[in-house]
Write a protein that binds this ligand. Sequence first.
Ligand SMILES: [Zn+2]
Length: 311
Amino acid sequence: MPELPEVHTTATFLDRALRGKIITNAWSDYHVKSVQKIGIKDSKLFSVFSNKILGKKILSVTRRAKNILFRLSDNISIVAHMKMTGHFLLGAYRRKKEWVGPIPPTFEHEEWIPTERGDLQNPFNRFIRFVISFSDGTTLALSDLRRFARIEFFDTLRLENEFKKFGHEPLEKSFTFTVYKKQILKRTTGKIKTILMDQSIIAGIGNIYSDEILYSADVHPESNPSRIPHAELKKIYTAMRLILKKSIRLGGDSMSDYRKPDGTRGEFQNCHNAYRRTGKPCKKRNCSGIITRKKVGGRSAHFCPIHQKLY
Ligand SMILES: [Zn+2]
């Protein structure tokens, strides 16, 4: 699932490319009965959504937690969460519509095909479920193999309230060590990995980065935060900021489905020390550990049982 660096990479790319563009069309083939009152997967809601955004201008594209936020003119915002396998792509696409099935054909099949050869044609980028077209002929497409992505629309003025549920942004200047420590120690029970991934405490960290942060800070994922010494708490804080920034520089992590909006891969997957390295030797100098996998709070934690100390 895309985490802070992947969502940041996508939002930054789209902000540069989409600012000022006018929406001329919206399309979706999610068409499932949705329980969300503001999501677009229900076809009735999609037509409301479509009517709302047609003719609107993109003012900015930003990130909050793991959400991408498209601010449009007339106080309308689209909020997208890429979930498991979703990622946005940007380029030139053509719509291919054909009738399939027995004769006479009964089922109309539509797909979006990139018009130029290149990374947008990569198999990981071919599951187009949602499309927005712009007046200059460019297309924003969402590839989402498992169809879990969430797209909602909001009155921009209501967004602040909607985002109150998210915790601190770990890369904000205001998120000092003192603020972080206070947040982490709010929970007297629980395990440090689970707490790092709790979106209401710190926003944007998921399975990959919590594993890498704790490996780097020499702290076992099952440690109780209140027992972690001050020096180690500081190591987690420093590692968190360094690792997230490093991954942003590398365009995020494409070990799984995530791709940048031009269809190319990020490179952070080449830097893993713990995540999905089960059974491999620890890379830390003079450490004889073997990376182990264990369920922590319902998620797979990858860690070195030798140098990552349990507190
Ligand atoms: Zn080790």
